[in-house]
Design a binder for this molecule. Structure first.
Ligand code: HEC
Length: 108
């Protein structure tokens, strides 16, 4: 009995490794892009959040893409995309940090 259980757990592990491999394959393009792009103030909480929450669907968005006044609206639209695509919205406290970061480094 114990042996059989171990055997099955072994199978599961192989399946998991395969699944991880497939998922890694899908994300490869995003990962490359992520590695290529530098965000301003890269170690800040805001930059970390952009890398974590804004790269599932496209490359790293640059804060300089919009003037400060537009970012809240853009992030709201992205929150809708997150919901539409089943990611679930970024939590409110993270959203505030994100918007503040984007505004601080926005297009002048
Ligand atoms: C669930 C998928 C998804 C996530 C996550 C996402 N985006 Fe987007 N983003 C899109 C789609 C789809 C478009 C193109 C359509 C559009 O502009 O609404 C886009 C376009 C953009 C654009 C270019 C259009 C413009 O208005 O300048 C920027 C900038 C952008 N996203 C920033 C962000 C930021 C910042 C985050 C993180 C808060 C984010 N995105 C997270 C799906 C996503």
């Amino acid at each position: 009995m114990k042996k059989r259980m171990q055997g099955r757990a072994g199978m599961k592990r192989v399946e998991l490794v395969l699944l991880a491999f497939l998922l890694a394959g899908c994300g490869a393009e995003t990962k490359t892009e992520t590695a290529r792009v530098n965000l301003p103030d890269q170690d800040s909480a805001g930059a970390q959040l952009v890398m974590a929450d804004c790269t599932e669907c496209h490359g790293v968005p640059q804060p300089s893409a919009h003037p400060a006044g537009e970012w809240a609206g853009v992030v709201r639209r992205m929150q809708n995309w997150r919901t539409t695509k089943g990611f679930g919205p970024v939590p409110e406290k993270d959203e505030a940090v994100l918007i503040q970061y984007l505004q601080e480094h926005a297009k002048q």
